[in-house]
Design a protein around this ligand. Structure first.
Ligand code: 48H
Length: 243
């Protein structure tokens, strides 16, 4: 049985990667903003590929607040989590608490069910750029990068790319977009501004989630996630208008 196991994995794995050599949209980062963006795009029949360098999905949301198994959203931001069947419990001052692992898994499940493909263990190390327009990304195995091996990467083309890499805003940095870095914490303003700063930062490249805050030097907000969900949705909607 060993040969058919190897052969099936090689054939199927190659088929998936080869199919993803070109997507409508590449979302970099499977945190709450990236997964929401991918879900919104995929449910509108967009060919969307999520690239995540870790072997897990959920990004920083999975760790809740300081590893405690809880995150919060404001009541007015609960719609998507409710729609996905995430259990929400009334907490303090109009906040709802939830289990972050449950939320991350349900967001990823929704994105995959809608048709998005999530590739893990792949790190974006550069962008493809033609005449000032971002036309996809350059990826390598996270393991090869961490081992410090010099292995040439492969390109993956897309009509639009979304930087949802969180605090690092690493795709923006690769694309030469100025990243101011985050400001201090001011939760209410941070939650507002993350959506406002979600936009196309360079032709073909959108920024969403904490990366959008980092680009503009906006406030951080701690383990509250409504702004990330709204930001992911906003990026998806703006891209849908352009496709
Ligand atoms: C492939 C990459 C690369 C790369 C990074 O950090 P995230 O959860 O990002 P968001 O914006 O969806 O959510 C932010 C939220 O989790 C958070 O940190 C908050 C609210 N902080 C507030 C505060 O005050 O601190 O997810 C980003 C994902 C991660 O899974 C990374 O592994 C991944 O992107 N990633 N994947 N190639 N170059 N860089």
């Amino acid at each position: 049985m060993e040969r058919p196991i190897a052969s099936s994995v090689l054939r199927k794995g190659y088929e998936v990667l080869n199919d993803r050599a070109r997507s409508d949209v590449i979302v970099v980062g499977a945190g709450p903003a990236g997964l929401t963006c991918a879900y919104e795009l995929a449910r509108n029949d967009v060919k969307v590929t999520v690239i995540e360098r870790q072997l897990y999905v959920g990004g920083g949301m999975t760790g809740g607040g300081m590893f405690l198994p809880a995150g919060v959203v404001m009541e007015e931001d609960a719609e998507l989590l409710e729609e996905l069947g995430v259990e929400l419990e009334p907490a303090e001052e109009g906040l709802l608490a939830f289990n972050p692992v449950e939320a991350a898994i349900k967001l990823a499940h929704a994105a995959v069910e809608a048709g998005a493909v999530i590739l893990v263990g792949l790190e974006v190390e550069d962008v493809i750029e033609r005449q000032g327009r971002v036309e996809g990304v350059v990826v390598n195995w996270t393991a090869a990068k961490r081992a410090g091996m010099h292995v040439d990467p492969l390109p993956m083309e897309a009509k639009f790319t979304v930087d949802a890499t969180g605090h690092e805003a690493s795709v923006c940095r690769c694309a030469g977009v100025e990243v101011k870095g985050e400001g201090p914490m001011w939760a209410e303003r941070g939650e507002e501004l993350v959506e406002k700063h979600t936009r196309e930062v360079k032709p073909g490249l959108f920024v969403a989630g904490m990366a959008a805050s980092a680009v503009r030097g906006a406030y951080r907000m701690g383990p509250i996630f409504g702004g990330m969900l709204r930001s992911g949705r906003k990026a998806a909607r703006e891209i849908l208008e352009r496709l």
